[in-house]
Design a binder for this molecule. Structure first.
Ligand SMILES: [Zn+2]
Length: 236
């Protein structure tokens, strides 16, 4: 079982990384992936909300059973975090996450409410306050039981906390596979429907550099998230 490294505090890596850093989709599921997801849950969505967050608009989708997806929808150049220093949020009195202004009558219940509370706490990062429980994920967001993808997501979410990072090969080992599965780990990251909750931004290059994010479309956002966690979660 591999161990996650503390982000930036300890960038040494014991595995030789061969994969050139592709992380989760962040922008939108691919058409094929979207179809796979829709086949897993036929319940009507009870929440489809645009949230204003430090990483720009995040589209939240949930059914009564659980969260379906979180999708960052703003181009990186328009994301508010590009104008904020990580750590600034911790001292702000205004909520770090809110329902966007153009949905004044939106209401949140069940998994969507929990997701909003978790995101607000995450972006308000205060190391003295533990993050609240994560929302239940619908089967669409959990991957088939027993699948490699599910093991990867679970290992990442449960064993790589804020302020830590892991390489593709380390995560492959933590998921019960050999280093040769690093590429499959990359594929699992690209298919991740709930970034931040399943923290694909914490999967970095073996040399400790952040590497690419969303196919290179959100590299600065990834670096911002890692720095936000280093500052806000008091990594030493
Ligand atoms: Zn569902």
């Amino acid at each position: 079982m591999g161990k996650a490294n503390r982000a930036s505090c300890n960038s040494s890596q014991s595995f030789k990384e061969t994969m050139d850093s592709e992380t989760c989709h962040l922008i939108r599921p691919t058409a094929q992936n979207k179809t796979e997801l829709e086949q897993l849950c036929r319940r009507p969505l009870t929440a489809r909300l645009s949230l204003a967050t430090p990483v720009g608009r995040v589209l939240l989708e949930a059914c009564p059973v659980g969260l379906h997806s979180l999708t960052m929808t703003d181009p990186e150049s328009r994301r508010p975090c590009m104008r904020l220093k990580p750590g600034q949020l911790a001292s702000r009195s205004a909520p770090a996450v809110a329902i966007a202004d153009d949905q004044p009558n939106a209401t949140l219940t069940g998994p969507a409410r929990l997701a909003l509370a978790w995101l607000a706490a995450y972006f308000a990062a205060n190391s003295t306050t533990p993050l609240p429980p994560q929302p239940t994920l619908c089967a669409t967001a959990a991957a088939p039981p027993g699948s490699f993808r599910r093991r990867v997501w679970r290992a990442l979410a449960s064993s790589v906390p804020p302020g830590a990072v892991v390489s593709y090969q380390q995560l492959a080992a933590m998921s019960g596979a050999g280093p040769g599965a690093a590429r499959a780990v990359g594929s699992a990251m690209r298919a991740n429907p709930v970034p931040l909750l399943v923290p694909c931004h914490r999967v970095v290059r073996s040399d400790g550099s952040a590497g690419r994010f969303a196919g290179g479309k959100a590299d600065a956002t990834k670096r911002w998230l890692l720095e936000h966690e280093r500052v806000g979660f008091n990594c030493r």
